[in-house]
Design a protein around this ligand. Structure first.
Ligand SMILES: CC(C)(COP(=O)(O)OP(=O)(O)OC[C@H]1O[C@@H](n2cnc3c(N)ncnc32)[C@H](O)[C@@H]1OP(=O)(O)O)[C@@H](O)C(=O)NCCC(=O)NCCS
Length: 187
């Protein structure tokens, strides 16, 4: 399932039951703009509001130039359309990875983010040699916290008033999973 997440693999693709995770391309801009302009999608994200098409262009260009070694990122493709994105920012020295994900609102509630995240976390442990994967979200972003729980991560704590999001101070909740826990639970 996770073949394709190593740097050496030219395709750099991961297939899950319903999704193809592949590198971003310039032609993804319109699909991304369509869901990213939705204020509800960006409510807890550090994204511009309002979100213009040029922001989607910048986003895609950034993703195309991101180091696959340090921050592998994938477009989530469902039935030929880009419906979200997922990535894992790697700290090679500490062997940790910070997972991030987002999905178009019209596909929420179908377990797609968990499906993508499971494949990416698995890749992080099995192919990148990570010892720990963690993720965090605005404490009010209960959907994202549920994703972390459904991945089998442990809630490790809340960093209170930890950053500013569009002028508002935000609490961040951190979750993590260790390699030995993942291997025990996911086989
Ligand atoms: C967070 C996110 C990726 C979850 O994706 P998803 O594929 O919908 O996740 P799931 O289907 O597993 O649903 C997660 C929980 O969200 C809740 N949920 C699902 N659809 C919902 C909806 N339309 N409205 C409100 N809550 C919803 C459910 O409680 C669900 O938990 P449950 O399975 O225990 O009932 C998605 O909501 C998203 O992209 N949000 C905007 C970007 C973002 O916040 N990213 C995370 C940054 S840390």
């Amino acid at each position: 399932m996770t073949r394709g997440c190593t740097m050496e693999t030219r395709q750099f693709e991961i297939r899950t039951d319903r999704l193809l995770l592949r590198p971003h391309r310039l032609e993804d801009v319109d699909d991304i703009f369509e869901f990213a302009r939705d204020p509800e999608w960006g409510r807890y994200l550090t994204v511009p509001k309002p979100y213009f098409r040029e922001h989607a262009v910048e986003f895609v260009e950034d993703r195309i130039h991101t180091s696959r070694e340090l921050w592998p990122v994938w477009a989530m493709v469902l039935e030929g359309r880009v419906v979200g994105g997922i990535g894992i920012e790697i700290d090679a020295q500490d062997e940790t990875g910070a997972l991030g994900y987002s999905l178009a609102r019209k596909h929420w509630g179908r377990g797609l983010a968990v499906e993508a995240a499971r494949a990416v976390v698995d890749c992080g442990f099995r192919e990148r040699g990570l010892a720990k994967v963690y993720a965090y979200a605005d404490a009010r972003n209960v959907q994202s916290l549920r994703v972390m729980e459904k991945l089998g991560m442990t809630r490790e704590g809340t960093l209170r008033s930890h950053r500013v999001l569009r002028g508002e101070r935000v609490d961040d909740v951190y979750y993590g999973v260790l390699k030995e826990e993942w291997m025990r639970d996911e086989g």
